[in-house]
Design a protein around this ligand. Structure first.
Ligand code: 5RP
Length: 218
């Protein structure tokens, strides 16, 4: 049976509820994460609340009556559930299509288990077809763009301000064969807050919605 991409996102969001046991849950940003919030609301009696990776997610969680905790109140999270723009068989992800990459990386850093929820269009052999988002301090925009051109990319300024008051450069035409190295290299550019490669801290579990059902990779 052929499902729409939205139906696949809904199915995988539902499957992720298996990883929600108790305590405080890390919640990502984007349309797949939004479907997850709807499912989380149905089991909110099991949890104490959530940590949000964006203001939009925080607002949506509160709208469902789920308490949102500040990251600074949290030492560790059992689970962080979020989508991705691309993911490989090595669990390396490219994220930040929704512009929340920095907060997503911060929440992911304290999570014991990162559960990535995706539809099958996101599963790729090599990262980089989706433009790589890089969050940059506004005053460093041009300088960082020049450095990204030297790395072989074509940065384009997104018409967007992040929750942290910064800008995003979307870098086109990168073929990212070694995501761990590229993640570190771009983060070394002065003025970069972070980039959308999640390779140093990959996903632990991938729930992938396919036409044949939700597949689990660990
Ligand atoms: C937001 C993200 C999202 O996880 C990513 O863009 C996927 O979004 P969607 O679930 O809407 O396809 O990284 O910053």
């Amino acid at each position: 049976m052929a499902y729409t991409q939205d139906e696949l996102k809904q199915q995988v969001a539902k499957a992720a509820i298996e990883y929600v046991k108790e305590g405080i849950i890390g919640v990502g940003t984007g349309s797949t994460a939004n479907y997850f919030i709807e499912e989380l609301a149905k089991v909110k009696h099991k949890i104490d609340g959530a940590v949000a990776s964006s203001e939009a997610t925080a607002e949506r969680l509160r709208g469902h009556g789920i308490q949102v905790f500040d990251m600074n109140e949290i030492d560790t999270l059992d689970v962080y559930v979020d989508g991705a723009d691309e993911i490989t068989e090595h669990m390396h992800m490219l994220k930040g299509g929704g512009g929340a990459l920095t907060r997503e990386k911060i929440v992911a850093a304290v999570a014991k288990t990162f559960v990535c929820i995706c539809d099958e269009t996101k599963y790729v052999p090599v990262l980089g077809k989706f433009p790589l988002p890089v969050e940059v301090l506004p005053m460093a925009r041009s300088q960082v763009a020049r450095a990204l051109v030297k790395l072989g990319g074509q940065p384009k300024l997104r018409d967007f301000t992040t929750d942290n008051g910064n800008v995003i450069l979307d870098v086109h035409n990168l073929t990212i064969e070694d995501p761990i190295a590229v993640e570190a290299e771009i983060n070394q550019i002065v003025g970069v807050v972070t980039n959308g490669l999640f390779a140093a801290r990959p996903a632990n579990v991938l729930l992938l919605a396919t036409a044949e059902g939700v597949k689990t990779y660990k």
